[in-house]
Each structure stands twice: as structure tokens, then as C-alpha cells.
Ligand binder design. Structure first.
Ligand code: ATP
Length: 238
């Protein structure tokens, strides 16, 4: 297992945002957490990147206990996140945003670094076309691509993607999901958080459903996508 989450509890003051959740992310997989607005998906990812503190429970990455590790150290270990709402550095160019993603690396003059830039630009040709453009002038879809590309520049073993389809047109959503598949096929394990349950279950090997801070169902993505109660609750009854 690349990531092991055991009995995780996270609070905002007295509010229990996450209550005793346990799940694993197998190396090489796409694993998804789906759930409605406010279910605790973003809090889970923020806790895995070390931005939120754990009240109880543990997190292991590649067998190592990282429950209380600092965010910087987690990026160094190989966990990086594309946050909800993209959060690109809007006053910076595409290239500068990609460099920011590599803030833990000290090999910027190396061939390996250039190869990683090339790999991101091959995944997202739109970013190559706009390499010197200010991120703030780009469309939502382009900024989403940039947020994912920026996370990839840390060379993660595990990439955390928070709602990459949010606010995008259907054609762009399909494109983002096909790129997520490609990133995974290139060897990066993916933990995907989505309100777009239909697409996420289709893309995922393993899936977990969060409801008000608890995991209420777990299974294979394909199995949950075909389940009548999941369809009724999360897939618009299709
Ligand atoms: P969304 O899709 O809206 O981001 P989510 O599933 O990611 O939803 P979270 O954002 O993790 O859910 O929120 C989980 C719970 O924690 C909710 O009840 C929310 O109101 C609460 N919460 C989130 N952030 C804060 C905060 N900064 N202060 C207090 N409560 C918060």
C-alpha cells in the first residue's frame, strides 16, 4: 500500500469534519473519494498534505508514519496536491507556476528537470502554447491543467487531485479525466476527490463514499457505478 489511513479524525474547533475514516491507496491505482458538498473530501486531502492537523488516527506513506509530518516534508517524500479551486499564482506566468510546483527540488538546471517540464507540456499542449502568459488571464480549464502540471513538477509518487472537474464544460471534463488516466499510466498513483461521481467512479480502481465525515461505502469503482443505491443517491438515478 502506498498510503494507509487509519481511524482518521479531523476537527474544525468543535465541528467533527472527519470521523474515524480508514482507507488505503494501493500503489499504481486511481482511488477516488466521492461525496456531496461538505462531506469532508477537501478536509481529507488537506490533512493528507499536512495543512490540517489530525485529532486522532494515523497516516502512513510507503510504510512510514507521516501523521504529524510537515507539508514540506510530505512533498519531499512524494505527495503533492492540486488544490480545490486551482489556486494558480495568477500574477505569474505558466512557466513560473510550474517552477513553483518544484519548490522542494534543487535540480532546476538539470536535464531531469527539463524532462519533467517537457513531460508536463506534452500532457498539456495548451500550457506549452501559453508558457509565457500570465496564469490569471487563462480560462478555468487551462488553470486546472496548470494546477495539475504544477503538482506534477514535484515528481510525486502520489498526486492528490481536489475536484479537478469543478466548473468545467463537459468536453473539458472528459479531457481532464483522460489526462488523469495518462498520468496514472505513466506511473503516478492518484487520489481523486470529486463531486462528479459518475466520471470519478468510471476513472477509479477503488472508490469510497463519504457522507458527513464518514466512509459509508467502499468498493471497486465499476462495482459502485453499477450499484442501484449508489446510482440513486449519487448518479442522478441513471
Ligand atoms: P466541498 O465539495 O464543498 O469542498 P467537502 O466534501 O470537500 O465539500 P469539506 O470542505 O471537507 O467538505 O468540509 C467538511 C465539513 O467541515 C463541512 O461541514 C464544512 O462546513 C466544515 N468545514 C470545512 N472547512 C471549515 C473551516 N475552515 N471552518 C469550519 N468548518 C469547516
Amino acid at each position: 500500500m502506498l498510503l494507509e489511513v487509519e481511524g482518521l479524525c479531523v476537527n474544525y474547533g468543535h465541528i467533527e469534519a472527519i470521523r474515524d475514516i480508514s482507507f488505503n491507496v494501493p500503489e499504481g491505482s486511481v482511488t477516488t473519494l466521492i461525496g456531496a458538498n461538505g462531506a469532508g473530501k477537501t478536509t481529507t486531502l488537506k490533512t493528507l498534505s499536512g495543512i490540517r492537523k489530525v485529532r486522532a488516527g494515523s497516516v502512513k506513506f510507503d510504510g512510514k508514519d507521516i501523521t504529524h509530518a510537515a507539508p514540506y516534508d510530505r512533498v519531499k517524500l512524494g505527495i503533492s496536491q492540486s488544490p480545490e479551486g486551482r489556486r494558480c499564482f495568477v500574477g505569474m506566468t505558466v512557466r513560473e507556476n510550474l517552477d513553483m510546483g518544484a519548490f522542494v527540488r534543487n535540480d532546476r538546471k538539470s536535464k531531469a528537470y527539463q524532462e519533467d517540464i517537457d513531460r508536463v507540456l506534452a500532457l498539456f499542449p495548451r500550457l506549452a502554447e501559453r508558457i509565457n502568459q500570465s496564469a490569471g488571464t487563462m480560462s478555468g480549464g487551462e488553470q486546472q491543467m496548470l494546477a495539475i502540471g504544477r503538482a506534477l513538477m514535484a515528481r510525486p509518487r502520489l498526486i492528490l487531485l481536489d475536484e479537478p472537474s469543478m466548473g468545467l464544460a463537459p468536453k473539458l471534463i472528459a479531457q481532464i479525466f483522460s489526462i488523469i488516466k495518462e498520468i496514472n499510466e505513466q506511473g503516478t498513483t492518484v487520489l481523486l476527490v470529486e463531486q462528479n461521481a459518475a466520471q470519478a467512479l468510471k476513472a477509479a480502481d477503488d472508490a469510497h463514499i463519504l457522507e458527513t465525515g464518514e466512509i459509508v461505502r467502499s468498493g471497486k469503482g465499476s462495482e459502485l457505478a453499477g450499484d442501484d443505491s449508489v446510482k440513486a443517491a449519487y448518479l442522478g438515478g441513471d
